[in-house]
Design a protein around this ligand. Structure first.
Ligand SMILES: Cc1cc2nc3c(=O)[nH]c(=O)nc-3n(C[C@H](O)[C@H](O)[C@H](O)COP(=O)(O)OP(=O)(O)OC[C@H]3O[C@@H](n4cnc5c(N)ncnc54)[C@H](O)[C@@H]3O)c2cc1C
Ligand SMILES: NC(=O)c1ccc[n+]([C@@H]2O[C@H](COP(=O)([O-])OP(=O)(O)OC[C@H]3O[C@@H](n4cnc5c(N)ncnc54)[C@H](O)[C@@H]3O)[C@@H](O)[C@H]2O)c1
Length: 484
């Protein structure tokens, strides 16, 4: 008899969900974690980044109060207070993910590093754990790029950024993806100089052009410097006696431009944490994108093993590094691994993603460019600018847009939202796309007035306007008018 029904490696968002459901179903579960319970999201990712953004947004609101006729003195940033808020948010959530809570659920929590010793055995903390099923949920870590000079300069990643005891004087951020732009805005609003260096032609390269442009404009308005379209050629240590800073880094771009800063944050992507798992001993196949799995997240090479969260590479499409995907994966694993339901598979058609800048950029399903690349060439694009939304005007925030990507037959393929708290509106579009509801469901909804969400209804209504104003409708009305 194996020691455990399920051994889970990693107690981040993905592993915790699997362990909790397994134990709830009465299975004997071991959960192995070598670092902090809660993984990246709680300790080094979503929670500290959103807490820091909230502090930055509060400072920005205070600076912008003048637009309502309220005069405030420029806010003073107490960095220790900001840190206390960030660490306080983590501490408040931590008990939910704690070893004590999981032990209380009946999970055997082993605080050690795990690695495979055989296709049905894992070693952790000097113990050999045989298993019926294993779930790899070891997550991802920041890519450390192979850049000349990087080993000679100090750098930060998301694992060290939130520990800074003093605010960075001038933060250089390598990478203008979601991590780069969120941290750029948070630090700029908290009074730091910030430069984002992005090798692609523009930041947020995966996002819709029009929506990304809105985030770009917001960052520039916050005083962030953007250096786009130029790769970094090398990094140099700033001379200690330089007048610019007592210590620091210079990024030399391919065109020779030199950008000096006090701190360097690496945010150029994520890599699966495969090292140390000894996957070969476990007979588990993996590649640069993670553990290779079938669509139901079962390893392609070891039928006892599944992979979830950032480390999973289902059918070669690569990871979708989001906490809500880790949760979705846990549900799939429970159905495919525990209940053995055939046909269970990952489906990202209605997947939301949000960049939590101000304004937020939320995308559900396909962008216009993604829809065209997927072969949908007869598309209808419907937009509704927030400058036409009464709530946005009343609140003095008319910049933003709802953009719907619709097939000629009225099926919603994607929705892009640029608005304050756009993430809170994303769920509606996930439901529409996931349940394949017709656009008329959105156009016909009664939404409370005045809300930003009305923008989506108005954009959907645009699809029907030509039909409503067609000569057929006019003729029909003409006939009806003659009836008594
Ligand atoms: C700065 C930042 C901001 C983010 N913001 C958001 C956001 O706002 N919204 C969102 O949806 N997503 C966000 N993400 C992404 C999100 O954090 C990840 O998608 C999520 O944490 C993945 O969960 P996971 O369980 O797969 O991995 P992780 O959270 O990385 O957990 C894996 C765990 O496995 C452990 N582990 C690894 N190897 C071993 C081993 N050999 N033995 C034992 N334990 C091991 C690790 O210590 C870790 O605790 C953000 C990420 C970052 C970096
Ligand atoms: N709000 C959220 O949900 C949220 C927030 C942060 C992170 N995340 C998740 O974490 C993942 C990783 O985020 P990320 O921002 O690190 O990675 P990313 O892959 O999304 O973006 C990295 C950026 O760095 C650029 N880049 C690569 N090499 C470079 C170099 N040498 N010099 C300059 N630029 C370079 C790329 O062109 C890209 O634009 C995201 O894709 C997302 O899944 C989510």
């Amino acid at each position: 008899m194996p020691d455990f029904d399920v051994v889970v490696i990693g107690a981040g968002a993905a592993g915790l969900s699997v362990a909790a459901i397994g134990a709830g179903l009465g299975l004997k579960v071991a959960l192995v974690e070598r670092g902090r319970m809660g993984g990246d999201c709680l300790n080094y990712g979503c929670v500290p980044s959103k807490a820091m953004l909230a502090a930055g947004h509060a400072a920005a609101e205070a600076r912008a109060a003048g637009r309502f006729g309220i005069r405030l003195a420029p806010p003073e940033i107490d960095w220790a207070g900001v840190r206390a808020h960030v660490q306080g948010a983590i501490a408040r959530i931590a008990p939910n993910d704690s070893a004590a809570r999981y032990r209380g659920m009946g999970v055997e929590v082993i605080e050690a590093s795990a690695h495979f010793t055989a296709p049905d055995e894992i070693e952790a903390g000097g113990r050999r754990l045989t298993f019926r099923r294993a779930v790899i949920a070891a997550g991802s870590s920041a890519v450390i790029p192979d850049l000349p000079g990087l080993d000679g300069v100090p750098w930060l990643t998301n694992e060290t950024l939130f520990d800074l005891e003093e605010p960075p004087g001038h933060l250089l951020i390598l990478g203008g993806g979601p991590i780069g732009v969120e941290m750029a805005q948070a630090h700029a609003r908290l009074g730091c100089l910030v430069t984002v260096i992005e090798s692609a032609p523009r930041i947020l390269a995966r996002e819709d052009d029009e929506l990304a442009e809105g985030v770009r404009a917001a960052l520039l308005a916050d005083g962030v410097t953007l250096a786009e379209g130029q790769p970094v050629a090398r990094l140099e240590q700033l001379e200690p006696d330089s007048p610019a800073a007592t210590a620091g880094v210079v990024a030399v771009l391919a065109d020779g431009k030199r950008i000096a800063g006090t701190h360097l944050l690496l945010a150029v992507g994520r890599a699966p944490r495969l090292a140390g798992l000894d996957l070969v001993a476990g007979g588990v196949e993996a590649g640069p994108k993670g553990v290779r799995t079938r669509a139901d997240l079962r390893s392609v090479s070891n039928r006892r093993v599944w992979a979830v969260g950032d480390i999973a590479d289902p059918e070669g499409i690569g990871p979708r590094a989001f906490t809500h995907v880790a949760g979705q994966h846990a549900g799939i694993v429970v159905r495919s691994m525990l209940f053995r339901l055939p046909g269970t598979k990952v489906d990202y058609a209605a997947l939301p993603r949000v960049t939590y800048t101000d304004p937020e950029l939320a995308q559900v399903g396909l962008t216009e460019a993604e829809a065209r690349a997927a072969g949908h060439d007869d598309l209808r694009i419907h937009r509704w600018p927030l400058s036409e939304n009464d709530r946005a005007i009343a609140e003095g925030r008319p910049e933003g847009l709802v953009k719907l990507v619709v097939t000629a037959k009225g099926r919603l393929l994607g929705a892009g939202l640029l608005a304050p708290r756009a993430g809170e509106m994303a769920g509606l579009y996930g439901l529409m796309i996931g349940r394949r509801l017709p656009l008329s469901a959105l156009a016909g909804m009664v939404l409370p007035y005045p809300t930003l969400s009305e923008g989506g209804k108005r954009a959907a209504g645009e699809f029907y306007t030509p039909k409503l104003l067609s000569s057929f409708t006019k003729r029909l009305l003409g006939l009806l008018k003659r009836l008594p």
